[in-house]
Design a protein around this ligand. Structure first.
Ligand code: CAA
Length: 258
């Protein structure tokens, strides 16, 4: 499907979704958010796709929600349309792993979309921030909630109250990003990670997502029980037999998602 504000290509079982509004540093207007939601839905439903990579340009992953579009909106406009709920729900419902590959600015909604992904690989030029306070509002897609879970209260308060940007090195130290690579290697690194994931059983990958995401919602004892039960359930799959047999036979596993 042709899109106006994003590009999508599938390479070796990986759907690479690129935000593409260069004139506005990939600001998230309603068209882009609808197209991104649709592309995620399509990638999740496409049997050829086993992992998704979301990226922007070298200068900006996304500089936030589109301020021009929001500036004239009233409370009734944003409340009645439940502004930004849909994209959050879409990320929550995608069962395939999604990696954010972030270069340049990931601000406001840009940082929040990156945090909706399963993990973030950053280039050395990445700059994360929740500068909504400078606009007389606060974060509206998870900057006060997800960022706090990633980096803790003190740094989240600092980011949300001062609006300062955090570089890639600080973001890695704080646990917001999983790896930092030179800008030129960002896409290769993210695609490489996605291809590694694509080789696994998609049943295990979906189970990992469910279990890790539960750790944000459940007390430890409930989370441990959930994980153990999912682990137990994997013994009903052919891929468990294949994975363990392959280890014992010293060969690569051939997973069949069964
Ligand atoms: N919305 C709309 N347009 C944006 C934008 C945004 N969030 N961010 C950048 N742009 C546009 C600029 O208006 C400019 O367009 P024109 O050339 O037509 O004037 C173009 O992108 C280039 O931007 P700059 O000239 O500002 O580029 P710069 O290199 O000087 O600065 C920047 C880069 C520091 C990222 C700066 O653009 C900036 O501060 N952007 C806004 C960041 C922000 O406040 N994000 C939060 C948005 S609110 C939000 O996201 C709410 C939420 O939680 C969901």
């Amino acid at each position: 499907m042709a899109y106006e504000t994003i590009n999508v290509e599938v390479q070796d079982h990986v759907s690479l979704i690129k935000l593409n509004r260069p004139d506005a540093l990939n600001a998230l207007n309603s068209v882009l958010l609808q197209e991104l939601s649709k592309a995620l839905e399509e990638a999740d439903a496409n049997d050829k796709v086993r992992c998704i990579v979301l990226t922007g340009s070298e200068k900006a992953f996304a500089a936030g929600a589109d301020i021009k579009e929001m500036s004239e909106m009233s409370f009734v406009d944003v409340f009645s349309t439940n502004l930004f709920a849909e994209i959050n729900d879409r990320f929550d419902s995608v069962r395939k792993p999604v990696i954010a590959a972030v270069s340049g600015y990931a601000l406001g909604g840009g940082c929040e979309i990156a945090m909706m992904c399963d993990f973030i690989i950053a280039s050395e030029t990445a700059k994360f921030g929740q500068p909504e306070i400078n606009l007389g509002v606060i974060a509206g897609m998870g900057g006060s909630q997800r960022l706090t879970r990633f980096v803790g209260k003190s740094k989240s308060m600092d980011m949300n109250l001062t609006g300062r940007f955090m570089g890639a090195e600080e973001a890695e130290r704080a646990g917001l990003v999983s790896r930092v690579v030179p800008a030129k290697k960002l896409i290769d690194e993210a695609m490489g990670a996605a291809q590694k994931i694509a080789e696994k059983s998609s049943l295990s990958a979906a189970a990992v997502k469910e279990a890790v995401n539960r750790s944000y919602e459940l007390p430890l004892s409930e989370g441990m029980l959930f994980e153990r039960r999912v682990f137990h359930s994997m013994f009903a799959t052919e891929d468990q037999k294949e994975g363990m047999a392959a280890f014992l036979e010293k060969r690569e596993a051939q997973f069949r998602d069964k």
